[in-house]
Design a protein around this ligand. Sequence first.
Ligand SMILES: Nc1ncnc2c1ncn2[C@@H]1O[C@H](COP(=O)(O)OP(=O)(O)OP(=O)(O)O)[C@@H](O)[C@H]1O
Length: 263
Amino acid sequence: MSLSLENVSAGYAGRPVLSGLDLAEVPSGSIVALVGANGAGKSTLLRGIAGLGEAKGRIVLDGQDISELPPEMLVGRIGYLPQALPQGSSLIAYEAVMSAVRAARPDSPRAGGAAAIEQVFDTLGLRDLAMRRLRELSGGQRQMVGLAQVLVRKPRLLLLDEPTSALDLRWQLTVLETVRRMADAEGAICVIAIHDINLALRFCDRLVVLGGGGVLSSGPPATALDADVLRRAYGIEARVEACSRGFAIVLADHALSLDHHSP
Ligand SMILES: Nc1ncnc2c1ncn2[C@@H]1O[C@H](COP(=O)(O)OP(=O)(O)OP(=O)(O)O)[C@@H](O)[C@H]1O
């Protein structure tokens, strides 16, 4: 599995949000973190890669432009977790995950399904939720079930839009550690839009900072960020330091007045 973007533009009703965006080939087993201010275009880009939005340019998966892949092949390869999950239905969590398996394998709805479902509930530590109704779950619990629906299909390309936004510290780590294991063990590529920049720095192989309709900075987490990039991306004064375990961490000092925030 590999992913690259060449001269990609994405937007709505002909109005571009991002244009001329390139992403050098992402190798198998990589986690890419998409960060940037509210409205920078993270969700727009994920939707474009998922084949759900208006995107132009080349989105190349395993050497093939996705616009040339039949939809059923895309559905099999790509797992997309949207930012806004549907409000809970009367389904129980187990049924919701089962319906995701069925959606992915219309020709053999039950083959391998039960084992894969059990496994994903175990992997994510969600056994206690399996028989609960979605509408009775908390926001964070629903977000975890949404992730289970994506992971159960073992996609080769995971597109996760703020998968940790409703989660406490323990579950944030569970999600990122699970994704890391999937990337390492199965060679999946994961592109994650995420606001928690320190979580992004800790887990990603490549950080992509969006702003001003394109990429402000991109590279390994140790080098992709500095005070200037943070100023342009977010309109803040911040420092990038190394924590005691060697990871880069961002310490945000203060917001700049709005006229400084013009990426
Ligand atoms: N359905 C839509 N129709 C028109 N414009 C949209 C639509 N969805 C988003 N936009 C606009 O596209 C731009 C990028 O939005 P997007 O949701 O991709 O940003 P984001 O980086 O994911 O933001 P956030 O961090 O707030 O989730 C914003 O200016 C937004 O107003």
